[in-house]
Design a protein around this ligand. Structure first.
Ligand code: SF4
Length: 203
């Protein structure tokens, strides 16, 4: 673990957010499979990190009920988002994590960001080392350059960033940057855990 990761973890702990470090995604997968042993209902937020890890498949094989709107037809998504927000454990990533231990996220619907601070009993945020930013400004810059444009492109949205790779703070019908949430400290009603992985994961 490098000194920056150590500093991030110290700051998360100061903010009463539990944190652990894993060298590889396989190690964090093993930990989550172990940690969910006695849990049946698992919600997942929109996350390329979780998708890249195929964590949902491993959990399904383990007999869990997975509530993830990415796995269902459009007409079922709203109901599944609601179920995910009530799950015992919610898995997601973060768009950025600052050295001061703040989690910054931008969302279109808002289900992912709201479930990170209210709803599920326990939230596990899997954060690749590429998401660590020096401060809030760098974090916003990262999200607008490295997260939103590829996401918009992947989803086939008709937004300027999908076409050009750059944000122009659009007013598009399909704008995905509608809610910005900064978690500064452990939210009162959720057991919030940030698992940092020493590999690049998601975007
Ligand atoms: S505000 Fe619009 S252009 Fe900017 S990143 Fe969000 S969706 Fe893309």
């Amino acid at each position: 673990m490098n000194t920056i990761v150590k500093e991030v973890m110290d700051n998360l702990e100061r903010k009463k957010i539990k944190t652990r470090y894993f060298e590889t995604k396989n190690q964090v997968m093993e930990q989550i499979l172990q940690e969910t042993k006695n849990v049946t209902e698992i919600g997942i937020g929109g996350s390329m990190t979780i998708k890249e890890m195929n964590l949902h498949e491993a959990l399904e094989k383990d007999g869990k009920n997975i509530h993830w709107h990415w796995l269902v037809e459009p007409e079922e998504r709203e109901e599944v988002r609601q179920q995910a927000a009530k799950a015992e454990i919610y898995l997601t990533s973060t768009n950025a994590l600052t050295e001061a231990g703040e989690l910054i996220n931008i969302d279109g619907v808002g289900n992912r960001v709201s479930a990170m601070y209210y709803g599920p009993k326990k939230v596990i945020v899997v954060c690749g080392i590429n998401k660590i930013c020096s401060d809030l400004i760098t974090a916003m810059d990262r999200i607008k350059k490295q997260a939103c444009p590829p996401n918009a492109k992947r989803l086939g949205l008709k937004t300027p960033c999908a076409a050009t790779g750059a944000c122009n703070d659009c007013l598009s019908e399909e704008r995905m940057c509608n809610v910005t949430v900064i978690i500064n400290h452990k939210p009162m009603a959720v057991d919030l855990n940030v698992y940092i992985v020493g590999e690049e994961l998601g975007y």
